[in-house]
Every structure is written in C-alpha cells, then in structure tokens.
Design a protein around this ligand. Structure first.
Ligand SMILES: CC(C)(COP(=O)(O)OP(=O)(O)OC[C@H]1O[C@@H](n2cnc3c(N)ncnc32)[C@H](O)[C@@H]1OP(=O)(O)O)[C@@H](O)C(=O)NCCC(=O)NCCS
Length: 159
C-alpha cells in the first residue's frame, strides 16, 4: 500500500496530445494568450508540436514542447533542427529541478527523433531561463533580435 502511494507521488514526464490540451490552462493563461493557444492546439493536432508535461499525483507542475516547423530557418530545419518551446514551471514549484528535468527530457527525445540541433528563443532579461539553457549546453548564439516584447537571443545546442 505504501509502495503504491509512493509511486503515485513520484514526478513523471509524459507526452500529451491535443485531446489533453485544455489542461495546459493549469499552467498558463490561455484566454490571455489566445493566439498562442490556437496555434498550440493546431500544431499539436498536426504533429508539428510535441508536448510533455511533468505530473505529480495528477497535478501538472511543468510543460515543455518541441516544435518541428517554425517557418524560420534559424529556428527549424526539416529533419535536422527543432525548436524548444514554451517551457514553464508552476510558480510554487520552481527551483526544484523541474525545469532542468524537462529540458533534459526534451534533449533525449530529440536525439531519439534523430534531430541534430535544438534552438530556443530567450528574452535577454530572463536570467533564470538563460542560466538554465546555458547549463544544458545551449552554447551557440545564432542571433540577437527584438520584437514587441523586447530583446531576445536565439540560442542553439548541437546534439
Ligand atoms: C525558467 C523556469 C522554467 C525554470 O524552471 P525551474 O524548475 O525553476 O528550474 P530548475 O529548478 O530546474 O533550475 C535549473 C537551473 O536554472 C537556473 N535557474 C532557475 N531559476 C533561476 C532563478 N530564479 N534565478 C537564477 N537561476 C535560475 C539555475 O541555474 C538552476 O540550477 P541550480 O538550481 O543548480 O542553480 C521557470 O522559472 C519558469 O517557468 N519561468 C517562467 C516561464 C519562462 O520564463 N520560461 C522560459 C521561456 S524561454
């Protein structure tokens, strides 16, 4: 009985499909980010996006995706380069290694998919994410860009 209980308390990283998409609202505000939510859903449905969540005892603690086609040759190249997208960890669960586990998981999954390079776009003021990705081996700067939300850097990791 105790062993059973302990197993259900373990954190696990599992893939989700478009059918589980509504529950992504546990982690981010889909109403506020409507355009993203619509694109997210259709990309999950078409297979352009693959998403994993970190769950514990049925609760979603974090999420990460791999996007295979971003329509930007710096970010994605068919069968070669994929984009790590929408890493997020629930606020009260941060600094416990969940973000790092999700990134490590996505790296392993990408290797299994025979992807050779991973990219990511990070806001220049997002110190936590910049540190996390640097530690995970995203050591090449592809570009520094600017959009309506400010300056961001495109990083790459060879697998
Ligand atoms: C970035 C984020 C995903 C990190 O998740 P997390 O589970 O807290 O990260 P981890 O506990 O696995 O930390 C891994 C490493 O990242 C770095 N890091 C994480 N949070 C940090 C912080 N607040 N300040 C400084 N470094 C931080 C550290 O180097 C840490 O390693 P350490 O604990 O050995 O020092 C989380 O802060 C988050 O969801 N932020 C909002 C969404 C976001 O910015 N996503 C990234 C978009 S590119």
């Amino acid at each position: 009985m105790l062993a059973k209980k302990n197993r259900s308390m373990e954190k696990r990283i599992i893939p989700i499909t478009h059918k589980d998409f509504e529950r992504c609202a546990d982690l981010w505000n889909m109403k506020k980010q409507r355009a993203l939510a619509e694109r997210f859903y259709s990309d999950l449905q078409s297979g352009k996006r693959v998403t994993w969540v970190c769950e514990q005892n049925g609760a979603r603690l974090g999420e990460i995706s791999l996007v295979l086609d971003m329509n930007d040759p710096e970010y994605t190249i068919t069968h070669k380069r994929a984009y790590v997208s929408h890493l997020i960890v629930k606020k009260d669960c941060r600094r416990q290694g969940i973000g790092r586990s999700l990134v490590e998981h996505v790296i392993e999954q990408a290797k299994q998919m025979d992807i050779k390079e991973l990219t990511i776009g990070v806001d220049l003021d997002n110190f936590a994410a910049l540190r996390l990705y640097a530690k995970a081996g995203f050591d090449r700067i592809l570009d520094v860009c600017e959009d309506k939300d400010g300056r961001y850097v495109k990083l790459m990791k060879s697998l």
